[in-house]
Design a protein around this ligand. Structure first.
Ligand SMILES: *Cc1c(COP(=O)(O)O)cnc(C)c1O
Length: 464
């Protein structure tokens, strides 16, 4: 399978090269030239498969000859053996035709483990085959950093450096990163904010000569194609359990960078009967304004109780735009020429988007109310991100008689402040494997917001 850029001017790449590249050279994102599609009969034949076997069937058509069937099975096995629930992605019913898909049973308690456990294993395999050692570098304001570290900690051909803003991430989130003491894991606490961390990473990708032995940087952010691909699987998994392909199933997705919900869109393009996808946003509502009012204009970032959705402009939205504009790369490039300018979709593109997507915005006050109300009515404790998805689903669902699946993107213990606001007397213990998190030894390097100092530290750590 070949992968092409959403801006139409970069060379097409194989699966392996796509995974080991970040942005395309024309500034676009890579997407498959054509999607694999499954017939109704083929989907029906997947009913009852366990998560790993289903993952193999869904992902195999994408990887082509770059990864053998046996290798892919091995990667999938290792990726999901770290999950604490044997169903990997269990469904829980919370109301008539309303379900929660629990995506937080991985090592860091957020759905990002589905993609990053897989990506770490995939990197390791591809790099061993090439005899190459690379450096993963990323910035995090919370969930991505710990999930990336857990994904790469056992990879022999990777050293990973994660920058977080010093004293500006929660203690749970910091400890999930800094208590991983593997020799190839380096946490940098930067004296600055998240933007400073991101700028530091960008500048390092632009000028990599500071790395010893001709090594190069690889990105693990949510534009990586393999991350999206791994997320398609749980849409199939949930829908099959609720009666697909005989029944149409709908999903509500707490959305930040549009990676997770884009995977749901792809599942539908591959044949899964999905009737409605709900884009649930917090006060950072650019996607909601885009779908409801055709107003895609960046506004200053607001810090909310659902920090993993605090995003100003969602990078993966570009992949949807590419399809909405008939896969015309030049049209997408023109539309996105200035990312900080307001963008208006053509009527045709907007109509197309609205056939499948609905959107809704939930502010902090309402988020807290929903956590409380759902707990009181069903005894189920939602994390703030998931609460936004549940509320959005309840507000905009189109078909009461079809299942609505709300993706639960994090475990409530990961965001105790929001839960405490809703239910002040409720204890939210960490799951058993994390109970000693606050006693574990930490390792991190505090560095000034200075590119040269960061590069010196990295070069030394890499033995250069
Ligand atoms: C990353 C994240 C999201 C947003 O997912 P996107 O793929 O960026 O849209 C939502 N909830 C949680 C808990 C997350 O970590």
């Amino acid at each position: 399978m070949k992968f092409i850029s959403t801006r139409g001017r970069a060379p097409s790449l194989s699966f392996a090269d796509t995974v080991l590249t970040g942005l395309a050279s024309d500034g676009g994102l890579y997407v498959p030239e054509s999607l694999p599609a499954f017939s109704r009969e083929e989907i029906a034949s997947m009913a009852g498969l366990d998560y790993r076997e289903l993952a193999f069937r869904i992902m195999q058509p994408f990887v082509g000859s770059d990864v053998s069937e046996e290798e892919l099975r091995g990667i999938i096995d290792r990726s999901y053996s770290t999950f604490r629930h044997s169903a990997i992605a269990p469904l829980v019913q919370t109301d008539t035709n309303e379900w929660i898909l629990e995506l937080f049973h991985g090592p860091t308690l957020a759905f990002k483990d589905f993609a990053l456990q897989f990506l770490g294993q995939l990197f390791d395999l591809l790099l061993k085959k090439r005899g190459e050692r690379v450096v993963v570098m990323g910035a995090t304001s919370g969930d991505t950093g710990s999930a990336a570290i857990e994904g790469c900690r056992h990879c022999e051909n990777i050293d990973i450096f994660i920058l977080h803003p010093h004293n500006r991430v929660s203690e749970v989130q910091r400890r999930q990163m800094t208590t991983v003491l593997s020799d190839n894991v380096f946490n940098i606490a930067l004296e600055g904010n998240f933007d400073d961390c991101q700028n530091m990473v960008k500048a390092s990708f632009a000028e990599q000569s500071f790395l010893p032995d001709g090594r190069r940087l690889v990105a693990v952010n949510s534009i990586n194609w393999a991350r999206i691909m791994a997320q398609i699987v749980y849409y199939f998994y949930a829908a099959l359990r609720l009666g697909a392909p005989q029944r149409t199933v709908n999903f509500s997705v707490p959305t930040g960078n549009f990676g997770d919900i884009f995977a749901g869109y792809l599942a539908r393009q591959m044949g899964l009967p999905i009737g409605q996808l709900v884009i649930a946003t917090n006060a950072n509502d650019i996607l909601h304004r885009c779908i409801s009012d055709n107003d895609h204009s960046p506004r200053p970032l607001v810090h909310s109780l659902s920090p993993s959705m605090d995003i100003m402009v969602s990078s993966n939205f570009e992949r949807l735009l590419f399809d909405l504009y008939g896969r015309d790369g030049a049209a997408v490039a023109a539309l996105l020429a200035d990312r900080s300018a307001p963008m208006h979709l053509s009527k045709e593109a907007l109509d197309r988007a609205r056939e499948l997507f609905s959107s809704y915005r939930v502010d902090d006050t309402r988020t807290v109310e929903v956590i409380r109300a759902v707990y009181e009515s069903s005894g189920y404790l939602l994390d703030p991100h998931t609460a936004i998805g549940v509320e959005a689903a309840r507000q905009v669902r189109r078909a009461e008689d079809q299942p609505m699946v709300c993706l639960s993107t994090a475990h409530p213990a990961k965001f105790p402040q929001a839960v405490a606001r809703a239910l002040p007397t409720q204890e939210i213990p960490l799951p058993p494997h994390m109970q000693d998190l606050f006693q574990r030894e930490e390792r991190m390097k505090v560095l000034p917001n200075d590119l040269k100092r960061v590069h010196e530290f990295m070069a030394m750590a890499l033995g250069g």
